[in-house]
Design a protein around this ligand. Structure first.
Ligand SMILES: [Fe+2]
Length: 205
């Protein structure tokens, strides 16, 4: 489960996902999608370079982790992590399919109460896919980088969590799970890089 596209193909797929967004969403939301996914890819590339991971792989995973947002999950009822997983599996890009799911769940034993914005069916499917996955550095890296690009700004994870909490009307318990995940991942990569990763990706607290 380790295949991913080359950068040229990844950019083609990324552009495809942007056009998908424009068809159902406002231009503003599309610009936010572009900023977010481009930012996650770029941050993953930079951090990977600092800690000896494959920068090209990290970039491609970051760019395409939200591919499932090519469709509107509110209208279709299909969570973006499921849509993205299936679309990337169908193309044979199993490594991308994997992060389409894992980026949404900092822990691979999903507590359904923490994700009430999604259907039970989608959560059961996600659980069945990730329960046997031991998260690796790429899973953790994309989970982490997903926490710094909000609307049109590079933000601290606390600011990003605050926006997510309001957007999905999350309970304190739901927010705590996400916070534990990002704290754990940030400490892991700070240690692995030998510095505060905020310096690498220019996050100002
Ligand atoms: Fe994301």
């Amino acid at each position: 489960m380790n295949s991913y596209p080359d950068i040229k193909t990844a950019i083609y797929l990324w552009q495809e996902s942007i056009h998908g967004n424009i068809s159902w969403n406002t231009d503003v939301r599309s610009r936010e999608y572009i900023f977010h996914t481009n930012g996650v890819g770029d941050a993953a590339l930079k951090i990977a370079g600092y800690c000896g991971l494959d920068s090209s792989k990290a970039y491609v995973l970051g760019l395409l982790h939200d591919y499932g947002k090519i469709q509107n999950e509110q209208q279709s009822g299909i969570a973006h992590f499921i849509y993205g997983y299936n679309a990337m599996k169908a193309r044979g890009f199993d490594a991308i399919a994997r992060v389409c799911i894992t980026h949404s769940f900092p822990f691979n034993d999903i507590k359904f109460d923490d994700y009430k914005q999604y259907s039970i069916q989608d959560l059961q499917t996600a659980q069945s896919i990730i329960k046997n996955i031991e998260y690796d550095d790429y899973d953790r890296l994309i989970q982490l980088c997903d926490m710094f690009f909000e609307t049109n700004n590079i933000v601290s994870y606390q600011q990003r969590l605050s926006c997510i909490r309001q957007r999905y009307n999350l309970s304190p318990q739901q927010t705590t799970t996400l916070e534990k995940g990002v704290e754990q991942n940030k400490a892991y990569f700070d240690a692995k890089c030998g510095c505060d990763i905020y310096k690498i990706i220019n996050v100002r607290e």
